[in-house]
Design a protein around this ligand. Structure first.
Ligand code: ATP
Ligand code: MG
Ligand code: MG
Length: 381
């Protein structure tokens, strides 16, 4: 029986383990926290990224290693890759860990990005602001997620405040200043590539963020026919460049009809959670298939799906549990402000039915504001 090793024991590892089981694949998860939520559904090895004694045992017990978390130190990934198959390859992980390398690669592959400049010192920040202009966003090059490690500058007057917030982290890992994009739409694509080079994308997903954290996704995103083809081509170029095997996501902005690349996630992605119930094969199942050398499954959508993220704490599950084709996901995590603790996916065969089901759930849970932008869109289709 094949064993899949996963570095990181959050909800992504948990959903990967749940998708692996019907394929007859066992899972072993590594996390430094004994209460990591994937440990509720799969065996958990408690160890940190420098515990080479534990990692040696892990490498012996698994057939392939993958990631729930892209910020595993590069040395750990390389050390493991000398002992066991690691998918995606450490080089792909390294690129996705660094916003500067990532955006540079996007441009090389033909995907435009917001204007950006590397910032290492306070003087660099002034020069960068002169170049990209305001408003702008200062971000840590590494280790940021869910909008953490970012500072929004409305004008160049905000430079001191931005530096006070992030200068210290900048000294350690570097920063990047990006032009603020007043985008019309935020989209993502989830893609998968097999060992043999079979490449597929799921339909583009429309996303809405609140305070830098994903709040709501709608898939397939409306009005994307032409964009889907372009994005699939760009994602394929990127995957081939990186000799990527497994699932990854690209986060995109659409501004004046133009595509801009925001970032890449070298793993399954929050905006692809709808594929569990809303696609013929989920991102989790196809990732397991890809890294174990199995054939990929159909990435087509079954209908329309909308995903609500539950941030901070879970609402009452009853309105979701009692709605047709609505699906509840509790990650088994402790409630904490800003933390992703679960999600719900609502599916339907057409836009009108989806809007009705979403409105029922949002009304019962007082989540009208969260559902609002997708409801407006669905009602105008
Ligand atoms: P994730 O949890 O997706 O990894 P992150 O912390 O890496 O998030 P980003 O994806 O860079 O952060 O930014 C979070 C959100 O902030 C984006 O999805 C987008 O809504 C907004 N944002 C980021 N960069 C820009 C930009 N240059 N212009 C406009 N909005 C932006
Ligand atoms: Mg990110
Ligand atoms: Mg992001």
């Amino acid at each position: 029986q094949p064993v899949l090793g996963i570095l990181g024991g959050g909800q992504l590892a948990r959903m990967l383990a749940l998708a692996a089981a019907p394929l007859g694949v066992k899972t072993l998860v590594v996390d430094s926290a004994a209460d990591a939520c994937a440990g509720q559904v799969a065996p958990l090895l408690v160890a940190d990224w420098k515990d080479y004694v534990a990692l040696e045992r892990f490498a012996r017990e698994v057939d392939v290693v993958t990631f729930d978390f892209e910020n595993v130190p590069a040395e750990t990934a390389h050390w493991l890759a000398e002992r066991v198959a690691v998918s995606p390859v450490p080089r792909a992980l390294a690129v996705a860990q660094d916003r500067l390398a990532e955006k540079t690669l996007f441009r090389e592959c033909g995907l435009q990005t917001p204007a950006f400049v590397a910032v290492d010192t306070r003087e660099d920040l002034d020069r960068a602001l002169a170049e990209v202009g305001a408003p702008a966003i200062l971000k840590t090059r590494r280790l940021g997620y869910d909008g953490k490690g970012q500072f929004r500058l409305r004008t160049s007057q905000d430079a001191d405040a931005a530096w006070a917030a992030l200068g210290e982290q900048g000294a350690a890992h570097g920063l990047i200043l990006e032009a603020f994009v007043p985008f019309e739409r935020e989209l993502s694509v989830v893609a998968v590539r097999s060992r043999e080079g079979d490449f597929r994308t799921w339909p583009l997903t429309r996303n809405w963020h609140t305070d830098g954290v994903l709040s709501l996704s709608l898939a397939p995103a409306p009005d994307i026919e032409e964009l889907q083809r372009r994005v699939t081509g760009l994602a394929r170029t990127l995957a081939e460049r990186l000799e990527y095997v497994g699932v990854f996501a690209l986060e995109l902005f659409v501004e004046d009809g133009e595509l801009l690349g925001n970032e890449m996630a070298p793993r399954v992605h929050n905006s692809g959670h709808w594929t569990i119930e809303g696609a013929h094969t989920s991102q989790f199942e196809n990732h397991v298939r890809a890294v174990l050398g199995l054939p990929l499954g159909d990435t087509g959508a079954r209908g329309l799906s909308c995903m609500f993220n539950w941030i901070g704490e879970l609402p009452d599950p009853a309105p979701v549990l009692t709605t047709t084709d609505a699906h509840w996901h509790d990650y088994g995590k402790q409630a904490r402000p800003g933390r992703k603790v679960g999600h719900a996916t609502v599916c339907a065969p057409d836009a009108r039915t989806l809007a009705e089901r979403m409105a029922t759930i949002a009304g019962a849970l007082h989540r009208e504001a969260q559902a609002g932008p997708a409801l407006d869109l669905l009602r105008h289709l």
